[in-house]
Ligand binder design. Structure first.
Ligand code: FAD
Length: 350
């Protein structure tokens, strides 16, 4: 029989690395499996001009600060470089180009079926993020649209959109930032389900983090507290510039598609050659299907990061349902530390 690990982490993005950082301080025998050839998780697929909306010192994994300080917003490539340096610095045990296809329970162990053979482990941490599951809502007439439909996950740069009629859907940060960039080259229309709400110019992603912290603390103390909403879209320089050009005006959402465009909920027709959906992601958890613990919404019931319906499984980094701010660089460290402590106790009590 193949060797048995104490812990196998599925996914070697920022969440998997944060878990690895804490695992390496224990005597647990661990392995991180990641399907990418290079390190950096989904950061290597984000669009080229993307910058973090929290400054460097608010965007670090445990143990090593990202360089740049409190007034510098690192680029995509600097974030990637940081993650690559981090993995190397802590000599994290990552095996690459391994896709975990199925996780099953067998002989009181986890059996992980991959494209590189079978692995066995006493526990599993799923840290696969959501980038692999872009979400596009189903809208009637879509199949008859003769233009191109893509998700923000596939967006890289504005050049291919030059002089095109482009519809951008979504009122989040991705929608606003992609609109800001593409509107410099194309005729754009921004469609949102609700009116976009912009943060004041002088605040950045730190404010969203502080609000989430206040909410988390209140919840922990059993208080029913809702911090005042300041807005959602961070006014990064490109978005401010688009506002100055008058490019940030939003129209209602799509009612249905037609051959050459879309009809909005207010009845207006908008001609379109390309539609970019900036409508978010769902957790990438298909590998857990054999365990029969996926709920209708595609999630797993958890207590913090620990799966409730099965022993020995943790989920890290998917958002607030797996721990406060766990889908951010600064937030995932806390989830990772607690997860590793729970795993340590679980393995020693087996
Ligand atoms: P990922 O980075 O997606 O890593 C998961 C890894 O698991 C990948 O390498 C993937 O290939 C691998 N994997 C998936 N399935 C399998 C499988 N079955 N087998 C093996 N490997 C698998 N966060 C911030 O803190 N600050 C920001 O400013 C910020 N800006 C963002 C801007 C955008 C546009 C987006 C989309 C996200 C942003 N985020 C930001 C959030 C952050 O980038 C993500 O939440 C983060 O990448 C999640 O990290 P992760 O490790 O959980 O997932």
């Amino acid at each position: 029989m193949e060797e048995t690990y104490d812990v196998i982490v599925v996914g070697g993005g920022q969440s998997g690395l944060a878990v690895g950082y804490h695992l390496r301080k224990t005597d647990l025998k661990y392995l991180i499996l990641d399907r990418e050839t290079l390190s950096g998780g989904s950061w290597q697929h984000y669009w080229q001009s993307l910058r973090l909306f929290s400054p460097a010192s608010f965007s670090s994994l445990p143990g090593t600060l990202m360089l740049g300080g409190a007034d510098y917003y690192p680029s995509r490539d600097e974030t990637l470089e940081y993650l690559r340096m981090y993995e190397k610095k802590y000599k994290l045990n990552v095996q690459r180009s391994v896709t975990v296809e199925a996780v099953a329970r067998e002989r009181n162990l986890y059996r992980l079926v991959t494209n590189q053979g079978t692995f066995w482990s006493k526990t599993v941490v799923s840290a696969t993020g959501s980038f692999a599951k872009p979400f596009i809502p189903e809208i009637s007439g879509m199949e008859n649209f003769e233009g191109e439909i893509l998700h923000s996950a596939a967006y890289q740069k504005p050049a291919p959109f030059k002089d095109k009629q482009v519809v951008i859907v979504g009122e989040g940060n991705s929608g606003a930032q992609i609109l800001a960039e593409v509107s410099q080259y194309a005729r754009t229309t921004w469609l949102t389900a609700k009116a976009p709400s912009f943060l004041p110019d002088e605040v950045d992603g730190r404010v969203l983090f502080d609000r989430a912290s206040a909410l988390y603390e209140a919840k922990k103390q059993g208080k029913n507290f809702q911090p005042p909403s300041l807005g959602d879209i961070v006014m990064v320089p490109s978005v401010k510039e688009a506002r100055a050009r008058g490019a940030l005006k939003a129209k209602p959402a799509i009612a249905h598609f037609e051959k050459n465009g879309v009809v909005l909920k207010n009845g207006e027709f908008v001609a379109a050659e390309m539609v970019i959906f900036c409508t978010g992601f769902r957790p990438a958890l298909d590998h857990l299907k054999p365990l029969n613990i996926l709920e209708k919404d595609g999630r797993v019931h958890t207590e913090n990061t620990k799966a409730e319906k099965i022993a020995g499984l943790w989920l890290v980094g998917y958002g607030s349902w797996t721990g406060f701010a766990s889908a951010t660089l600064i937030g995932v460290g806390r989830s990772a530390r607690q997860t590793v402590e729970e795993i340590r106790q679980y393995v020693s009590s087996r």
